[in-house]
Design a binder for this molecule. Sequence first.
Ligand code: CMP
Length: 143
Amino acid sequence: MEKTFLMIKPDGVQRNLVGEIVTRFEKKGFQLSAAKLMQISNELAEEHYGEHKDKPFFGELVDFITSGPVFAMVWEGENVIATARQMMGKTNPQEAAPGTIRGDFGLTVGKNVIHGSDSSESAEREINLFFNQNDLLSFTKDD
Ligand code: CMP
């Protein structure tokens, strides 16, 4: 079954949005496979956001994501990568539709509450950066 990596950023954790966001994915029908509240090191942040290292906002991005605890998660389900991104809304909360997580709770493109993998390659890479294979649990019913 398809898996994706989702991470509630420091703004979402500080604003007590973890429960609200987890509930949205549970109610949609996806299954939580792994989750942890953690402080990201500079090294992990730079590796996770490696594709943005030449962007002018890279320093700001690393500073923000390491500024407080994040809630890292793996979710499982049919088409979970694309569907989770639809549920998150556009990267810039000002462009994100109402009803999406960033549309409802985001403030700025930096403080946009949540990160989600954008492809199956990113999902695999990001899941392996944040979790060990034996952290991933499955409780899907066959019937
Ligand atoms: P995310 O999905 O975590 O992936 C990369 C992040 O870079 C993105 O969400 C935004 O939060 C952030 N980002 C994109 N553009 C900018 C910008 N102009 N200034 C600061 N952060 C940005």
